[in-house]
Ligand binder design. Structure first.
Ligand SMILES: [Zn+2]
Length: 74
């Protein structure tokens, strides 16, 4: 079963394969049909189509999702 996962600008994700610099963590700097991600280790920016991005991501380290379901009314 497949469901589309949401990604946001500012997310930190971990990829399955590590970058030649040794880092596996990337910051999402653009979302859409094409994604742009920046390597945390060496600041290199890579652009890739969404399906390829989704395949290469192992997990989200830190989500920049808006916390709209978590509003406090105290
Ligand atoms: Zn790198």
């Amino acid at each position: 079963m497949y469901y589309p996962k949401k990604f946001y600008v500012g997310d930190i994700v971990e990829t399955k394969k590590e970058h030649p610099c040794g880092s596996k963590q990337w910051e999402v700097i653009r979302v859409g049909a094409d994604f742009k991600i920046k390597c945390i280790g060496c600041s290199r920016i890579v652009m890739l189509p969404r399906p390829k991005f989704e395949k290469s991501v192992k997990k989200t380290i830190k989500s920049a999702a808006p916390e709209e379901n978590n509003i406090e009314n105290s």
